[in-house]
Design a protein around this ligand. Sequence first.
Ligand code: THU
Length: 132
Amino acid sequence: MQSVEKELFLKAVKAREHAYSPYSGFRVGAALLCEDGSIYTGCNIENAAYSPTNCAERTAFYKAVSEGKRKFKMIAIAGGRETLVMCTPCGVCRQVMAEFCDAETFQIVCGEDEEHLKIKCLKEFLPYAFQL
Ligand code: THU
């Protein structure tokens, strides 16, 4: 039996295959586990005008939220150019996570491979998140 973290990370690796990143060459995949057990994946989608670029994490979140999901447990992220590197979520994606996730219980899984995963809660990545 594989751990949930490992299983989710492998789904992120698979989602990375769809990355559209002709400008940076940096390919990212994400897999988001909802509280109901469903999983939404995403990849980064770049644009010639640069700023419309969407990160893999936000692609996964927006797919899930747009289908009615609001409660999330964990996200795994896999990124790199030729080979995977330790890829942590950017500040904008952390803020999107803060919109929907509990800072102390939502888990973020990152790593260079499925045998060396770092698992931290959102609060560790984004203390003092902005909230209205
Ligand atoms: N990127 C992500 O998709 N997720 C991250 O956590 C960091 C950065 C993307 C954005 C851009 O397409 C490329 O990686 C290089 O910044």
